[in-house]
Design a binder for this molecule. Structure first.
Ligand code: SF4
Length: 444
């Protein structure tokens, strides 16, 4: 028996043949492959670096994707079903929109697939696939699963390190208690933090090293969600000499020493959801724990410890005006933030923000392809939608202007940190600057 697992491309105007490659492979497909019984042949297709083989001899097709990929996922599912294949679809979007997904798949999975995957395969073998599989509980992360990255075409991802293997994803925990209005993490993964046993994380690390890289990305929604676990994880990482990046919440300012420990453990970059420099906006999106008064010190601590910060910002919130957004860019430059990612509000299914915009009748574009953070899909409060669209690119170009790059990268801390502290962020900033000139999002 053979299974083909597909991660569709985001349809944003280019495809895998263009020179626009992701930096980090997907984690879901390799996890599912790792869970698949050994007697089954599994093929993985990450469509951002690979082409879907519609003439495959696979018996079962599995498709997962986020909202901006889902239309392409449905298109792929429809083609395979016309050819008589059975198609199982799952993931965060399908879980939020099961009735929509049912129209395209033989079976859908609501919630995490890990506990259901083997059942689905057995049902398929017995020709008894059900229409809906729903997990009753959150997956216990104690079970060891080694993701099968070796089944991806690893040499096709963008890689700045000069090696053939890109930075690989790893996940140590799931869940987030914060429930920010725009985010579907708490609803999908749950408010309780689940952690993997450290001995299993260690086995995954060793597996990744055996593939030929020591560069990893923690996909955990919040790397510091369980501080005592994080401290133990850092001790483990110190033993293994990995270079890693992660996502974390700004309340790390309550545990300043962690920044130093992270640096000692090999952390080279963090992504933080700053979202906005307006208190009004932060209250409106239920992210009141972001305390602007702490940012200057926080960014400076990361810079001094040679950890590059990527600030993730939301654009188009109700409190945003040209003045507040200009101030946002000025502050990011003043704080010498290495990288910033700007996202126009995304109204993802299952989030409180989408419900609010639906009630207010302010969604002007219902195409899932456009929920990618680059397109205005809503009626903003203080802008015409096209003005906000144009202004979004202007803000980005201002942040990645040569003048801004020089001010943010040639800092005392970076100069003290040695050549790489300047060279690496400079290279990515210039790359982002080039992409933005063509209106491509930096990390597309
Ligand atoms: S945005 Fe971050 S902090 Fe907020 S709920 Fe999502 S994962 Fe948690």
């Amino acid at each position: 028996m053979k299974i083909l697992l597909i991660h569709p491309i985001k349809r944003s105007g280019y495809n895998y043949t263009d020179n626009v490659k992701p930096y980090i492979p997907v984690i879901t497909l390799p996890i599912l492959a790792g869970l698949t019984p050994k007697d089954i042949n599994v093929e993985l297709c990450d469509e951002s670096v690979d082409e879907v083989n519609f003439n495959t001899d696979a018996d079962l097709i599995g498709i997962t994707g986020i909202t901006s990929q889902i239309n392409r996922g449905y298109e792929i599912a429809d083609i395979f079903r016309k050819k008589g294949k059975k198609v199982v679809m799952g993931g965060i979007h399908v879980s939020a929109m099961p009735e929509e997904a049912k129209k395209h798949a033989t079976s859908i999975v609501i919630g995490e697939a890990e506990d259901l995957w083997e059942v689905i395969i057995e049902d398929f073998r017995g020709n008894q696939l059900k229409e809906v599989y729903k997990s009753d509980a959150y997956t216990d992360l104690k079970k060891l699963v080694i993701p099968r990255y070796d089944l991806l075409k690893l040499n096709r991802y963008r890689n700045s390190s000069g090696s053939n293997i890109p930075r690989l994803p790893i996940q140590a925990s799931r869940g987030c208690p914060f429930n920010c209005k725009f985010c579907s993490v708490t609803k999908f993964w749950g408010p309780k933090i689940r952690t993997k046993p450290l001995e299993n994380v260690e086995k995954e690390l060793l597996h990744i090293r055996s593939l030929g890289t020591n560069r990893i990305f923690f996909t955990d929604d919040n790397f510091i969600a369980n501080i005592s676990y994080t401290r133990n994880l850092l001790e483990l990482l110190k033993k293994h000499n990995f270079s890693w990046i992660c996502q974390l919440s700004t309340n790390i300012y309550q545990h300043e020493d962690l920044i130093f420990e992270m640096s000692k453990a090999g952390c080279s970059g963090v992504c933080m959801g700053i979202e906005s420099f307006s208190e009004e906006n932060l209250v409106n999106i239920n992210k009141k724990f972001n305390k602007m008064a702490n940012y200057e010190r926080l960014f400076s601590l990361f810079n001094r410890n040679n950890i590059r910060v990527t600030a993730s910002m939301m654009i188009g919130l109700d409190g945003d005006t040209k003045e507040t957004l200009e101030k946002m860019v000025r502050m990011l430059i003043r704080f010498k933030v290495s990288h910033a990612l700007f996202y126009l509000i995304m109204l993802l299914p299952g989030t409180q923000l989408r419900e609010q915009f639906l009630k207010e009748n302010r969604i002007i574009d219902h195409n899932w392809d456009h929920q990618n953070g680059k397109i205005v899909t809503f009626q903003p409060k203080s802008f015409q939608s096209q003005d906000l669209q144009d202004y979004y690119w202007e803000l980005y170009n201002e942040f990645y202007s040569y003048k801004s790059i020089i001010r943010r990268i040639f800092t005392v801390a970076n100069l003290k940190g040695g050549l790489n502290s300047i060279f690496i962020p400079l290279k990515t900033n210039l790359y982002f600057c080039r992409k933005l000139k063509n209106r491509l999002h930096p990390i597309d």
